[in-house]
Design a protein around this ligand. Sequence first.
Ligand code: B3K
Ligand code: ZN
Length: 848
Amino acid sequence: PETIYLKDYKPFSYTVQQVDLLFRLAANATRVISKIAFAPNPQAEDQAENRRFFLHGEGLKPISLKIDGTPVTPREVPGGIELDAPDAPFTFEAEVEIDPAANTALEGLYMSNGMYCTQCEAEGFRKITYYPDRPDVLAPFDVRIESDLPVLLSNGNPGTSGPGFAEWSDPWPKPAYLFALVAGDLIAHPDTFTTRSGNTVDLNVWVRPGDEGKCAFAMESLKKSMRWDEEVYGREYDLNTFNIVAVDDFNMGAMENKGLNIFNSSAVLASSETSTDANFERIEAIIAHEYFHNWTGNRITCRDWFQLCLKEGLTVFRDAQFTADQRSEPVKRITDVIDLRGRQFREDNGPLAHPVRPDSFVEINNFYTATIYEKGAELIGMLKRLVGDEGYAKALDLYFTRHDGEACTIEDWLTVFEEATGRDLGQFKRWYEQAGTPRLSFTESFNNGTYTLTFKQQTPPTPGQPNKDPRVIPIAVGLLNPNGDEVQPTTMLEMTEAEQSFTFDGLATKPIPSVLRGFSAPVILEHESDTQTRAFLLAHDTDPFNRWQAGRDLAQESLLTMLRDGAGPDNAYLDALLSLLRDDTQDPAFRALALGLPGQDDIAQTLADQGQTPDPQAIWEAFETLKHARAEAFQDVATRLYAQYQVTAPYSPDAEQSGARALANAAMGMINRLDGGALAQKQFDSADNMTQQLAALSALIAVGKGDAAVARFYDQWQADRLVIDKWFSVQITGARPDEAADVAQRLTQHPDFTMKNPNRFRATLGALAMHPAGFHHASGKGYALLADNLIALDPLNPQTTARMCTSFQTWRRYDADRQALIKAQLERLLATPDLSRDTTEMVSRILG
Ligand code: B3K
Ligand code: ZN
């Protein structure tokens, strides 16, 4: 397959003035009739000599094509068609036929439970009709839909409608990837929102009949997001309608199509009985994310797909700010860092490492990664730390005024910051260009009242990038006195060299440093520290992130020592954690987080970084031992916390109640190890919300007492797909390592398992991959099961297949036997006839 390079970017030879689309919907033979006004692009003057009128098109059955009313015969070229076109404005008309019912890839126009819907980002519009399907071609769209289905939706403002048809008009020029169409038997949960300049916007959350009771939370989240973007970024909504549609079969979370966001139903539907607190929080964040794209993504879009982080990194950053404002800032920061380390660091340290702005790709859908999204958001956070809040606000205002209506690059973005703040961002740009996670280490010295911190940074090579230049790293540091007082509040050090010292004067005693507060940069902080210092920081640091980090470091050290020396759990860790748990002045959500352990995969990565070969089974056992030791040591406090943090008020998914439930459930998990499931059974039997019911089910499975509850849960929820997804997952993630692959295998035979629903596929095979000791079982059965299913899924849904191949990305960490087993599966995958471009690219990169 062909590799596309950033350096080859050229503007399109033509601009599009107007797009008119008519859809005559039919399951197997939808007609798409387009009329598109083109004009030579003044920005592509250099191409005047050999202007090329190329249109993308994939899997289209052409019925008729015309230029200025005259039928034309196109030349078929790879990826589309070429035509002879005038060197002056002209109209191109096409009628094509497509087959949405046969579209299992869930890209382009497809069907889900009798409903038509679209997914065009990144390159799906070319499966709908012939078009310059690239983000730098912007145009207003008018759409007419003809169908007997009752609800017919597209982008923009509603126009005329009547029995069997509806018209929509989107005045804001947009690239084709933001096009959307929905048609179905849907029910609206309606509301309105008045913008700060007084426009009333009709809001609707559209769902299938039966789901209308689960829309209120999404609607509230939408209204909060709209208000927040006005208040914090000064951004107002710009159409008189905003629609959200829930779709069961969807490849990712949601999509920000202009005025018509399409969502995976798991990212919309919420009720206390069927959704966990974590589900509610995720829904609120995704609603906000897609809404925020209206400005960062839609009004200002990307010039080409290499610039994807321009909209994604920024929008993730914005949705994180929003969540921090709605809930708890430290809790949001900590959970984001856990996620970043679990997914992005893992990517950055393996064969799939790529820069936040890549310079080449084969299949762009393979680049919707944790690096583009989450590391992209970290880059915005660093930029804000470097230029300060005011500089950031000025730069964003300039960005919105200067680039509204344009398709931009990272250069445009950085220039705005340079002009608004007067700062040179030449070195900062390396963060966009260099892949890999920097390792940051430091040493300290103390002399005559002067304390010196000397930092070193170093980034290991990544594929195609053997050498790395030093980056600018904002390092937030605070200093504490041995008595626990803070002698130096948080200060932002700016490291620009490979090695650099910073001094603090006038100190009476050698302080204890708190480094990288708030996780001020996406780096791996490597610092040998003694248990005592960590316990001290856990008790005294004023920075909540670093307090949490100190606890996590203690847990990690303890686990590593257990693995290395066969030692028992570290008492200093247990003591420090116990004091924290007992301290009722501490936020319950924070205490629940402090009780969390590093991921088993994080420990595997740390061992690999230290040049050791991780044994997933041994890691699992060390975790079990540690969890058991904690349960015994914390017995009393767990019993007290469980009782104390039962919520008696009516259910609310807010931060306070979910924090209480998280801590009570963590306490229940500990008690569960000692009482053989008695408390969990009680909680399962009486739970009136999914947060408690699912935690209890998982606890019962963990102690081998889950059979009856698993059966009951299924009977209770069999009509609810999203809950049944949980039922599939929890049985696998809770299985013993030697059984996880067998459980997953058995569940793939269950009548409710289907390859055609990405949520269900992920709930089953994805759950196995998230169980490191089960997936990496020495027999290789986990690898074989995943590969079997990926081979079966690829012809149906290449995007989801390719994404799930990432489960194999860490293969080189493991012992020779496991490596050979994984390699054999990867090679088997790669040898599959007609393997998709998506999966071929992923497997080839993973093999290296
Ligand atoms: N922009 C979409 C993702 C599209 C993924 C295409 N494979 C969702 C989001 O980031 O908001
Ligand atoms: Zn996004």
